[in-house]
Design a protein around this ligand. Structure first.
Ligand code: AGP
Length: 603
């Protein structure tokens, strides 16, 4: 939700801010803007509706040594030049990521209406800072922050303090670094990884003064806060397209390596081992129940986890949508394990759900991809997935690494709780280790998948159907298709169709059917025949060598002959490619679907 970057240093700020914004564009892309300052303290603004390339076109020649930039995902107020950031009021320019909930009250209380040009909550903060400014940015920011309700990451330029960027955050993420090329601050480090792999996370409610020669931080009591530097284990090439037309396709292809990186360090002598993650053995003992909490794709990874955990542990496992869990009264006890799943580690609903869960149990575990993110820091235990940076809005490799973690967790819990013998667990882990090669083989069917999506390009609706593990996958397949191709897609448990939904099947409507689970295979085939008989265009994924029966399906994708528990990895790659080629076939950019942003830090 909005990307922000600030730079001050010896180099020209304009290209650094513009290039940084380009890398942050996945966070929002309806409008973009920058503010910059020269040594004389003159504040200049450039902003435009559209993408970073449109902003570049209007400010590429601007000279500055200090600048802040913003790429917007609209929350308050439509997409317009006026609503684009930065907002300048008086001699102050401000960019914001987050939502100020009490902005109406502030306008009334401080009589700010006459200072406002936009409909945004963010401009109210710029106006408030301008109104309360006492010549000292730190004391003013401290005062203003104490008046705000909501989430925020602000970068602020004061015209009378040239060359300095002031920042503060609550909930919304912000990282910073100082290196030989100057000082940087951004929503995430991809914005400045060209310059250094070292960075630190800005603590909440800390006022940050970013100067060319260093970064100072103080808490709201004026006490100095020292940065805790981290280092990433990936570099700029991981955040580039590397010859692929889109990040999404690149990330689909990265899945074998991402899974290998994630599971290999956690398999010791053929058994799951979380010693390196610092998770003690007693975490896995005395577990009465498990709740998985997440949003979107991460939640669907949890659905796969639930199916496995419940099957092998025989204890209740529930999956909760984080935004719902927060407002229900969760049934948790001290022996409940809560697994929080998030690629970004910053999704606000998931973070708040974690905070709620911690009131009930000390056994919260997060599966997170971004090192040092809020969810990772606040959970009792964290296991990092090693997908590397995921840039495309539609999550692919993050999902498969999250699901692979659920396989490891299932194996560990089953072993510790003596639900499976060591030999059985070794066999299970042996199958998991084959997954990267399995996905690699499935990627070979890319051309076939592109061909069979041709008949989907004009579809208005599509169904994904399956039973058991395949049903959980169907949900993720439907989400992928919806979010990047804008075709209305729904997932159904195949047995449930005849209780109403089958009425929606019409001639030529795509139905993607997954039939990999042996114990429900024959039932699944009957359900597929039912939709085929009503005119659906059926794409069937199954382990059958060949299907020649036209009354069953129009297209068949052969899945590998492996244990049923593991076919999901093969199937999901096919579903991801179906979504990708449908979007691309429709002339859409799958990396930046309309109305969406990668990291959802608003509620
Ligand atoms: C899926 O393609 C989406 N990008 C979205 O559902 C995403 O998985 C969800 O917003 C959760 O994000 P997180 O994993 O960063 O918490």
């Amino acid at each position: 939700m909005c990307g922000i970057i600030g730079y001050t240093g010896p180099l020209s700020a304009t290209p650094i801010v513009l290039d940084g914004l380009q890398k942050l564009e996945y966070r929002g892309y309806d409008s973009a803007g920058m503010a910059y300052m020269n040594g004389n303290g003159k504040l200049s603004l450039r902003k435009t509706v559209g993408k970073v390339k449109d902003l570049r076109a209007i400010c590429d020649d601007d000279e500055a040594t200090c600048g802040i930039g913003h790429t917007r995902w609209a929350t308050h107020g439509g997409v317009s030049n006026t609503n684009a950031h930065p907002h300048k009021v008086g001699n102050i320019a401000l960019i914001h990521n987050g939502i100020i909930e009490n902005y109406h009250e502030l306008v009334n209380e401080y009589d700010l209406a006459g200072d406002l040009a936009s409909e945004t909550d963010s401009e109210v903060v710029a106006a408030l800072i301008n109104k309360l400014y006492d010549g000292n940015p730190n004391t003013t920011i401290r005062k203003v922050v104490s008046l705000l309700n909501g989430s925020f990451a602000f970068c602020i330029l004061f015209g009378d303090h040239p060359g300095i960027i002031y920042c503060v955050r609550n909930v919304s993420p912000m990282v910073a670094t100082h290196c030989k090329d100057g000082s940087f601050i951004a929503s995430d480090l991809t914005a400045f990884i060209d310059f250094t792999k070292r960075y630190f996370i800005i603590p909440e409610y800390t006022i940050v003064t970013v100067r060319e020669d260093g970064i100072m931080m103080e808490d709201l009591d004026g006490k100095t806060v020292e940065p805790e530097y981290l280092e990433v284990n990936w570099d700029i090439s991981d955040a580039q397209k590397d010859g692929y037309p889109y990040f999404m396709l690149k990330e689909i292809h990265e899945q074998p390596d991402a899974i290998t990186r994630t599971i290999t360090p956690r398999i010791v002598d053929g058994l799951p081992d979380f010693t390196e993650d610092g998770v003690p053995e007693d975490f896995f003992e005395n577990v009465s129940d498990i709740t998985v909490v997440a949003c979107g794709t991460a939640m669907y990874a949890g659905m796969v986890g639930r199916t496995l955990l419940q099957k092998y542990l025989r204890i209740p496992v529930t999956v909760a949508i984080a935004s719902e869990f927060r407002y229900e009264e969760p049934v948790l006890s001290e022996n409940s394990v809560v697994i929080v799943v998030s690629q970004s580690g910053e999704t606000i609903d998931t973070l708040e759900a974690l905070r709620l869960a911690k009131k009930y149990t000390k056994k919260t575990l997060s599966l997170v991809n971004v090192k040092g993110s809020s969810i990772a820091r606040e959970s009792d235990y964290v296991m990092y997935t090693h997908a590397g940076p995921e840039i495309a809005v539609a999550s692919t490799k993050a999902y498969t690494v999250q699901t692979s973690m659920f396989y490891l967790l299932t194996a560990k819990l089953a072993l510790v709780q003596k639900k499976k013998t060591e030999e059985e667990v070794r066999r299970f882990i042996g199958n998991l280790e084959k997954v990267p090669d399995l996905i690699f083989d499935m990627l070979g069917s890319e051309e076939d998948i592109e061909r069979l999506t041709k008949r989907m390009l004009n579809a208005k609706n599509a169904f994904f159907i399956g039973r058991n593990l395949d049903y959980t996958l169907s949900m993720e397949g439907a989400l992928k298709l919806k979010e990047i191709s804008y075709i209305h897609a729904e997932a159904y448990a195949a047995g449930e169709l005849k209780h109403g939904t089958i009425a929606l099947i019409s001639e030529g409507m795509p139905v993607i059917a997954i039939a990999s689970q042996t114990h429900v295979y024959s039932k699944m085939i009957s359900n597929i025949r039912e939709v085929k008989a009503r005119g659906a265009y059926v794409i069937l994924l199954s382990k059958d060598e060949k299907i020649t029966d036209d009354a069953l399906c129009d297209e068949h994708v052969k899945l590998p002959n492996i244990a049923d528990d593991f076919t999901m990895f093969a199937s999901i790659v096919i579903l991801q490619m179906i979504a990708y080629y449908t979007a691309v076939g429709k002339g859409l950019n799958p990396d930046q679907p309309r109305n969406l942003a990668k990291s959802v830090t608003v509620e």
